[in-house]
Ligand binder design. Structure first.
Ligand SMILES: [Zn+2]
Length: 306
């Protein structure tokens, strides 16, 4: 039995998976985002209850928005409760079993690789479009981590200069990471909201901007056009530089069919002449991918779901 935990800035999900990777049960709670002890005891409570229910000692994998440093501390600015904390060591001690943790985009891509949209693909990329923008690279089933675990941080790659030249009114947005013009500042949910507000309109949540765009609203149309163009150029840049077989998108917006039609139209403008673009596909597991991927992480170190 495998337990997946998807630790997010606002919500934390816990799910139980069998050997075949099928989900057996799931619980979701608000993340005790400022309280490390409360978060530890929430996880311990879930795991202990699942052990009892399934008469087993399940292995535990955790996906979270960030990286693990060399000393085993989590670097996760969006989840203050665990930022700088030795979560893996503390849970390993309290649960008396191995605990694994990795970046949530890596977990997402691992999940899609095992029976999902990029099943057994040799060389694929994942790009998650949520509150932030995450990315991951998987080569022959292995996550490419990089020296500091930061490989695949596509959200902090720069906006394509061709887009800035084409849309002179497009603002150069400051990112929380200290840089300017990061893809995340345009193509996350909050990015779309910033683009919409830049037009002098009232602030609207991203889903409402998308609905207004579909209803023909002028400001929403301009901001969605910017959003899609920045995203298409960003993905084209990744395809040019990394030459993957497939790019799979994650996050809430990735479940919208119109996204792929829009990207397919726009993407070729940012590719080299005669370049054959990689497929950009929707995820199979959608919103459940993160927690499934986290469970898979616990198994991935030895073997895949079979
Ligand atoms: Zn950034």
């Amino acid at each position: 039995m495998y337990y997946g935990i998807d630790l997010g800035g606002t919500k934390t999900a816990f799910a139980v998976f069998n050997e075949k990777g099928n989900e057996l049960s799931r619980a979701v709670q608000a993340t005790p985002s400022q309280n490390y002890e409360a978060l530890l005891s929430l996880i311990v409570t879930w795991v202990t209850a699942a052990d009892l229910e399934w008469q087993t000692q399940g292995r535990v994998g955790i996906g979270f928005p960030g990286a693990v440093d060399k000393e085993g501390h989590l670097l996760a600015l969006n989840v203050p409760a665990v930022h700088g904390k030795p979560l893996i060591a503390d849970l390993t001690w309290r649960l008396a079993r191995p605990v694994y943790a990795d970046n949530d985009a890596n977990c997402f891509l691992l999940s899609e690789y095992q029976g999902g949209a990029v099943d057994q693909c040799h060389w694929c990329l994942g790009l998650t479009l949520g509150t932030g923008v995450g990315g991951a690279l998987l080569h022959q089933g292995q996550v490419i981590a990089g020296k500091n675990g930061g490989a695949g941080e596509f959200g902090h790659g720069a906006i394509h200069p061709m887009v800035l030249a084409r849309y002179p009114d497009l603002p150069l947005l400051a990112c929380g990471c200290g840089l300017q013009g990061c893809l995340e500042t345009y193509t996350s949910g909050t990015g779309l909201e910033r683009l919409y507000q830049h037009l002098g309109t009232q602030s609207l949540p991203a889903p409402a901007i998308i609905a207004a765009w579909q209803a023909g609203d002028v400001a929403a149309t301009t901001s969605m056009n910017w959003y899609l163009e920045v995203l298409a150029a960003g993905i084209a840049n990744l395809i040019t530089q990394l030459d993957p077989e497939v790019v799979v998108l994650g996050g809430g917006v990735s479940e919208q069919a119109w996204l792929y039609a829009q990207l397919n139209t726009r993407l070729p403008h940012y590719l080299m002449r005669h370049q054959v673009p990689a497929l950009v596909v929707a995820p199979l597991f959608g919103g459940t991918g993160g927690v499934r991927g986290a469970a898979l992480l616990a198994k991935h170190r030895t073997r895949a779901f079979s």
